[in-house]
Design a protein around this ligand. Structure first.
Ligand code: C2E
Ligand code: MG
Ligand code: MG
Length: 356
């Protein structure tokens, strides 16, 4: 990268900014001219970051760092853009880096927890639990996976974290198998794309099962559409291998992505999990706007899923009215605050014992 120092731009910040921006644009259009090198024409573009500061200069480190940060912000926003250094954006980026560093300590520091959320059948009987990760941050308290899973996925931290969840879930399955009122429950584990794409993912799962002594047929892996659609052949092979060991699959967040049922019949999936956004909208009027998905859509998804021998689980069920409407659609399984919030294992176990 190159640094350009403009001096004598005056004192009024807005005027200074306008001049700097005009200069940046002039540099960009000069650079945008096609370049003739030997017999080919080359095109280049420049991302420019600007920071304003007052003379006398003293140390130039800070302005240079800010200009560089602004340049990276420009790059992230797209090709050939100009960005001014923005302390708020910078603070957000730094907070993210901070959190990522903390997350590196989380496993070793035993800050991660597994919570269990009940899944019930049409009669409201317990049939399984989804394991949901929680992070007990020493200063920030409970951090939601919505915040740290994307961070973990962007770095490779999702790999050790995902393995830790898998092993923990298998140990729990083994422990539950010894207790009459929990022995029939399955445990569903969320698997992210990077984790599933590892060449030795199948071995990791088999090893977690073998080491823990968990009943494989009660382990369920939740994959999302984007995972199964990417490299379909490889996905099918991995799923088939795991299926032959007894492991089952659920397709998570169905309806939020591509939502094609056509590819589903090629995949050994047992359960389709309809995304919470459908459940939320289930009592919306048939022709309401705002991208609402009325109940008829769920009726259709359930009918098609049943044709493909898939069971359908509705996520995020909060009210009796939603549950009743989903039952009428033919949904087989349910999960949501109406039945239970995600709970620490001890509470989940106590609750299950009390149901007896
Ligand atoms: P998901 O797998 O779709 O999990 C369902 C989310 O919906 C959970 O949020 C759960 O607490 C929430 N939920 C359940 N019932 C209700 C309800 O009735 N109402 C509302 N408003 N929400 C409900 P959570 O625990 O915050 O997890 C968010 C996402 O983070 C998960 O979505 C999953 O994609 C990801 N995640 C969680 N744990 C793991 C993990 O161990 N590994 C990976 N790769 N991802 C995980
Ligand atoms: Mg899930
Ligand atoms: Mg989901």
């Amino acid at each position: 990268s190159f640094a350009v120092l403009l001096t004598g731009l005056g004192h009024a910040a807005t005027d200074t900014a306008a001049q700097a921006e005009r200069m940046a644009e002039a540099m960009q259009s000069a650079l945008a001219e096609p370049l003739q090198l030997q017999h080919t024409t080359h095109y280049i573009s420049a991302s420019i970051g600007i920071t304003l500061f007052q003379a006398p200069l003293g140390n130039l480190d800070m302005p240079l760092q800010h200009a560089e940060a602004a340049m990276y912000q420009a790059k992230t926003a797209g090709r050939g853009l100009v960005r001014f250094f923005d302390p708020d954006t910078q603070a957000r980026i730094e907070a993210r880096l901070h959190l990522e560093n903390d997350l590196r300590q989380a496993i070793a520091g035993e800050q991660l927890r597994l919570f269990y959320q009940l899944q019930v059948d049409g009669q409201g009987r317990a049939c399984g639990a989804e394991v949901l990760l929680r992070w007990q941050h020493p200063q920030r308290g409970m951090v939601s996976p919505g915040e740290f899973i994307p961070l973990a996925e962007a770095s490779d931290l999702i790999l050790p974290i995902g393995l830790w969840v898998l092993q923990g879930a298998c140990q729990q399955l083994h422990a539950w198998a010894q207790q009459p009122h929990l022995a029939a429950l399955s445990i569903a584990v969320n698997v992210s794309a990077k984790q599933f794409r590892q060449p030795d993912f199948v071995q990791q799962v088999c090893q977690a099962i073998a080491t823990s002594g968990a009943p494989a047929q009660r382990l369920k892996l939740e994959l999302t559409e984007s995972v199964v659609l990417e490299e379909v052949e490889n996905t099918i092979e991995k799923m088939a291998q795991l299926r032959s060991h007894g492991v089952r699959f659920a397709l998570d967040d169905f309806g939020t992505g591509y939502s094609s049922l056509a590819y589903l019949k090629r995949l050994p999936i047992d359960v389709l999990k309809i995304d919470r956004s459908f459940t939320m909208d289930i009592d919306a009027p048939e022709h309401s706007g705002q991208g609402k998905r009325p109940a008829v859509l769920i009726d259709a998804i359930v009918a098609m899923a049943h044709q493909l021998d898939l069971r359908v689980l509705a996520e995020g069920v909060e009210t009796l009215a939603q549950q009743e409407r989903l039952l009428r659609s033919g949904c087989d399984l349910f999960q949501g605050y109406r039945f239970s919030r995600p709970l620490p294992e001890a509470e989940f176990r106590a609750w299950a014992a009390a149901q007896q």
